[in-house]
Design a protein around this ligand. Sequence first.
Ligand code: ARG
Length: 491
Amino acid sequence: MGLCPELKVIEGSLRGTIPKKASPSGLPMKRRKLWSGRFSEDADRLAEEFNASISFDRRLFRHDIRGSIAHASALEKAGILTRKEAASIIEGLKAVEREISEGRFTFTPEMEDIHMAVERRLTEKIGPLGGKLHTGRSRNDQVALDIRLYLKDEIFTIAGLLHELKKAVVEAAEKHIGCIMPGYTHLQRAQPVLFSHHLLAYYEMFKRDTGRLLDCLERTDSMPLGAGALAGSPYELDRRLVAGLLGFSKVTENSMDSVSDRDFAIEFLSVASILMMHVSRLSEEIILWCTQEFGFVELPDAFSTGSSIMPQKKNPDVAELARGKTGRVYGDLMALLTLMKGLPLSYNKDMQEDKEPLFDAVDTVKETLLVFAPMLKSMKVNGDAMRKAVMAGFLNATDAADYLAKKGLPFREAHRVAGEIVAYCIKKGATLEDISTAEWKKFSPLFGDDIKEAVSIENSLNARAVYGGTALKTVKARLRAVKNEIGRGLC
Ligand code: ARG
């Protein structure tokens, strides 16, 4: 079967990068694999390209080198490296790190993956001594270590960004404490709530997301090196020393599990999916609130975009994209769950496919959180539009029923009476605030002169002073507690 033109170009360009010089084993020097001892045939170009993860796992270079430096110390302690050897390996590794971070290093597909690229460059720099670094280690435990180190760092970064988002939510809740809006169920106006109460609901969700991130950190924070390929290392490696050097609080317990386990990454992806689901729900609300139909909020120009055809348009693209990117993170979770579901113990090359979804989710969550917090801070709130919406739609009908229930009428009965009053008002084109006490009394003798006061919007709101309710004083108290939590750091 002939190759399509694009693949031919790729193949051709790969071929162009390969030096012709042959090694003692007959394979071209640069193309010799670190594992090529038993191989007499050159790797097929397409197979090599297909196998390589260097194009994406190169982003793990810092973690890979950190892990190698710690491993060199364990090799020294085990008497496999002399102090001098360990020192020159460590120095060489640091030089490789500098080369990569300063962009002086060219990655090519024949390097296969980041572990081989670093080791090969180290050996080029310090000579055959570089070959001692892989003693007692396999790429299987090495890659397990790298991802854990990477993910631990990223969990902290994401928790920090999430903290900023929580601060933005709380700041907006504090700024607009006086705004009363309709609370909805079924997207139908239900009962008056404080806009701040609505916003603080998201604070609670994001707080649980932080908790989930930190829980996941607990299981990511386990050091796998020493597992070797799968059965454990035959050298006396001090695994706890390595864990300590790398900032892990514990070591993994089973070598086979150590190289097979990706559930910490799946756990992260599920946490990320839940977090994005929350961001997406808030996005959806902001998108609705920005419409002319609602008009509750306005996003500043800096966080909106225009239409190339309709001059009047101002679109909430940031919120829409946050909602859209949520699906992408769900996809990353599904990719990893599906990847792992049929794998026998222990390492299988399929697992190389864990990285791109993980990286994609980390990047997506970070960029979303980064832009979301400032957007939220700059959102303008139209308290008048909210109040207008509260006044229409009989949001205080429950209060009329509660009034009767408090006078002893069974709630079911009270509910029916209030419903009849609503029907009466609809017919009359009036609101519950408009009708006279005499009219109220026609529906039930239990209504007294204080009914007008009881169904006022402020009363309806402030009556809900139960712990966790929307009354002004309750929300203010929660706001004080939340600001305290925020001030104490990650919560
Ligand atoms: N690039 C590989 C990965 O990401 C590293 C481990 C390779 N191990 C192996 N035995 N081929 O999974």
